[in-house]
Design a protein around this ligand. Structure first.
Ligand SMILES: [Cu+2]
Length: 512
């Protein structure tokens, strides 16, 4: 049996610190067309013989808070904000494309794609046209959207230019997570916990997509047509994407509500990073490839360019950001050699779901209110016929109501009583978090309508337990609450406010 070792967070982080890789996240995919079809005025034309200008999206940490790039970002955002919401190049129109409570909805509003394999392609197109509009509005022809590399331990606080409350800073909004109280909010420099920013679980998956109903893939479940919200989400959408939305927005802020999220300038830096991680995933190789299915490659989505023209793009036109959309990324977490060095720890075979067996199915009505909780299961050993080929194991939490608690829960297996959760330990499974449910949203709003399912790979965790003498199949799931950490140099407050309730209904273990 192939050993499955979860990639150590320490390894990623230590390698990140010694990164030497040059820019160039956009590794070209083989056999792909190199330019998009012309979707309308302003779209790069495939026939153009001229060399297209290449942009490098910078890492926020490399930009001086008072430097020219941030000044251009501020100027462009202010200019877009001054335009009326009916103007497709305005700040509000662009934000409303993701989602909005505003009615009547104009063209392309409420079209964000979550919980399916369209998550990556749709958001890439969205950020791409937003960046073109912003570049034009900034007056800087070289402007490229920076990314917030929160996985870098030196960048766990929201970047400074976004939390300077002086007047005239359009990057600052008050609608963000207040954390545990005064001085502890994300705008005060509170830090994201390490596990919130971890993408190693997602990177282990070599399959971009999984069959409908399964979240056991990097990029999400296959669906035949666009779907605004669905579940289960793919692994990277779930972690870190969803967790970051919750921690930045908190219980009432914008980033944790899909109908308001893109009004926060932090949204765009977050999604530039998520887009970058798609390139990082592909660069890992070992079968990591974009979908070949026509339903994904030919699906058309509608946007607007910097002239206000309606434009269209399809999945196959955005798979290679460097060749087709003319941008790459500066160095950041996950670039080679960081993940390259750890790649042997990844499982070789993808989840295919064609031999899946449910080995545990337990009703486990559980309510989490900001304190630790435990759910106990028994995982049967593989049957004698299957001995020696146990395959991969997944944990699925079903019927999850997550809402917007402003915190999340680390999930562990068999954590010793009283032990602090350590996301670098082999007992760490992943995070319980979500983005898309807004419990107090007005009726008829375009938010996630249902309870959701969340899936986790637990092959390595179970192997670790089996290696311990006397383990008889008992699997205690521990849920450890985690919120913003105090700003550097500050202590946590004595009493944290009670967290809004998070619930789930069933727990399953799947073997394949
Ligand atoms: Cu998002």
């Amino acid at each position: 049996m192939t050993p499955h070792r979860p990639l150590s967070l320490t390894l990623i982080l230590s390698l990140v610190l010694t990164l030497t890789a040059a820019c160039g996240g956009g590794a070209p995919g083989p056999g792909e067309p190199t330019t998009p079809q012309d979707g309308g005025a302003g779209t790069p034309s495939p026939e153009e013989p001229m060399e297209e200008k290449q942009y490098v999206r910078p890492n926020m940490k490399d930009l001086a808070p008072d430097g020219p790039e941030i000044a251009a970002y501020r100027k462009g955002v202010a200019e877009m904000m001054s335009r009326p919401a009916s103007d497709p190049t305005s700040w509000l129109y662009q934000a409303n494309i993701h989602g909005t409570y505003d009615v009547p909805a104009l063209e392309a509003w409420n079209t964000c794609q979550h919980g399916s394999w369209f998550f990556f392609s749709w958001h890439r197109m969205y950020v791409y046209y937003f960046e073109r509009i912003l570049r034009e509005a900034s007056g800087d022809p070289d402007f490229a959207l920076p990314f917030w590399d929160y996985t870098d331990p030196t960048q766990r606080a929201l970047p400074l230019p976004l939390r300077q409350p002086q007047t005239g800073n359009p990057l600052f909004v008050t609608e963000r997570n207040p954390g545990d109280g005064p001085g502890q909010g994300i705008n005060d420099g509170a830090q994201l916990p390490a596990s919130a920013t971890s993408f190693s679980q997602a990177m282990m998956f070599t399959n971009f997509s999984s069959p409908e109903g399964s979240g056991l893939s990097f990029g999400g479940q296959q669906v035949p047509a666009p779907v605004h919200f669905s579940s289960p989400p793919g692994q990277l959408e779930s972690q870190p994407h969803n967790v970051i939305h919750n921690l930045v927005g908190g219980p009432t802020g914008w980033m944790s509500d899909p109908n308001l999220a893109a009004r926060d300038p932090a949204f765009w830096l977050h999604h530039a990073n998520i887009d970058r991680l798609w390139n990082v995933w592909k660069a890992l190789g070992d079968g990591r490839e974009d979908p070949s299915e026509g339903e994904w490659r030919d699906q058309i989505f509608v946007f607007f360019d910097e002239t206000g023209q309606r434009v269209e793009l399809t999945g196959k036109e955005v798979v290679d950001s460097a060749a087709q959309l003319h941008y790459t990324y500066a160095a950041g977490s996950g670039d080679e050699p960081a993940l390259e060095a750890a790649r042997e720890s990844f499982p070789a075979a993808p989840f295919t779901d064609d031999r899946r067996t449910v080995v545990v199915d337990k009703a486990a009505a559980t309510r989490l209110r900001g304190t630790r909780a435990r759910v106990s299961l028994e995982v049967p050993a593989a049957s004698p016929q299957e001995a020696g080929e146990e395959g991969r194991l997944a944990l699925v939490l079903e019927g999850v109501s997550f809402g917007r608690p402003g915190i999340y829960y680390e999930v562990y297996a068999n954590l010793p009583e009283g032990a602090a959760g350590d996301p670098e330990s082999p007992l760490y499974i992943g995070n319980l978090a979500f983005f898309g449910q807004v419990p107090d949203a007005p009726a008829g709003s375009h938010v996630h309508p249902d309870k959701v399912d969340l899936a986790y790979e637990i092959t390595g965790v179970i192997e670790h337990l089996r290696e311990q003498s006397g383990w008889a199949g008992g699997l205690d799931l521990h849920f450890v609450p985690r919120g913003l950490e105090p700003p550097e140099g500050q202590a946590a407050l004595e009493a944290a406010p009670a967290a809004p309730e998070v619930r789930f209904e069933r727990v399953k273990v799947i073997r394949e």
